[in-house]
Design a protein around this ligand. Structure first.
Ligand code: GDP
Ligand code: CA
Length: 303
């Protein structure tokens, strides 16, 4: 079975981890968000690709939800003491990956090739692709000003309400090699329970990629990132309330228009399926442990 999954960081990574327990990982291609990428301390960081990589390699810190387990912060302490940018948290173990990636990118390798090599070295069986090799950056418009994604999310702690999200560079961005083929050869296309605006949105902003999904001949199934109208973590609920007008399954589905055929919603949202334009599937969607992750993946594939 061949599966293409659009994924952000933490929510997406948890979902893919369950998915590879129930389908052959060799058939799974993860198309990851790069709208969150940033240059910091001279390094290119791809937080969402790294969350997927660390989670699938079993290296992730499950409690913190991002970065590596067993992490130390000596390099960042030095940065702070020397007056460098220390607002974006980079641990010592994590830094090694960013050094290798940045060196390869500077030598002219595309992000997709660098990512493939990192994934191979980490022993991943799934194919991990950035949505694009081109520069595509998410910008957040708020009443306090317009900020690069990570400045809004990390430095400002996503406290500003969001009026609009822009994907800079999207109109010129081409899908990374392998992305269109993965979508066109998939038996099913999945949208992970990731933030629709800042995780899935930047992926769909790549025009040819969106067109490939629009032209699909197989079902596309999204999993809602909300449970009982609330985000499990992060600002997705506040963003939906302000930009889509609410946090029901219909509001979540409205972010994806006719790009999806099915929305998997939590039992806690089953009472509220009014105006939903796609087929709902009700399930327990909290991925609290391995069993819960696997059950969700099975439900999604059965849908
Ligand atoms: P990020 O890039 O690290 O912010 O991660 P994603 O965008 O991939 O995931 C963030 C979203 O995942 C949030 O909106 C959460 O509500 C959602 N999420 C996290 N854990 C779960 C879960 O167990 N179940 C569901 N349904 N959503 C989850
Ligand atoms: Ca992200």
């Amino acid at each position: 079975m061949k599966v293409a999954v659009l994924s952000g960081g933490v929510g997406g990574a948890r979902f893919v981890r369950g998915l590879v327990d129930v389908v052959d990982p060799e058939g799974v291609t993860v198309v990851g968000n790069v709208g969150d990428d940033l240059e910091i301390l001279g390094l290119h960081v791809s937080p969402d690709l790294d969350s997927i990589l660390y989670t699938l390699a079993g290296l992730g810190d499950e409690e913190r939800g991002w970065g590596r387990a067993d992490e130390t912060w000596n390099a960042l302490d030095t940065v702070e003491r020397l007056g460098g940018s220390s607002w974006f948290r980079l641990g010592d173990r994590d830094l090694g990956l960013h050094l290798v990636r940045t060196e390869a990118l500077r030598a002219g390798e595309p992000l997709s090739a660098v990512t493939a090599e990192l994934a191979r070295r980490a022993g991943l069986a799934v194919r991990l692709l950035p949505a694009t090799d081109d520069e595509l950056r998410t910008w957040i418009e708020t009443p306090a000003g317009t900020f690069p994604f990570q400045v809004w999310f990390v430095e400002r702690g996503h406290r500003d309400e969001v009026d609009a999200v822009r994907y800079e560079g999207a109109s010129a961005a081409r899908p990374a090699p392998g992305v269109i083929e993965a979508i066109e050869s998939a038996d099913v296309i999945l949208f992970a329970p990731s933030n629709p605006y800042v995780s899935i949105g930047p992926i769909l902003a790549v025009r040819e990629l969106e067109e490939a999904i629009r032209g699909r001949r197989v079902p596309a199934v999204a999993v809602s990132p909300l449970i009982g109208g609330r985000a499990v973590k992060g600002p997705a609920d506040r963003m939906l309330a302000r930009m889509a007008g609410g946090t029901t399954p219909a509001h979540v589905a409205s972010c994806y228009g006719d790009l999806i055929d099915v929305l998997v919603v939590d039992e806690a949202d089953a009472h509220d399926l009014e105006n939903l334009a796609v087929r709902p599937v009700v399930a327990k969607t909290l991925m609290s442990d391995g069993d819960a992750r696997r059950r969700l993946a099975e439900t999604v594939l059965a849908a």
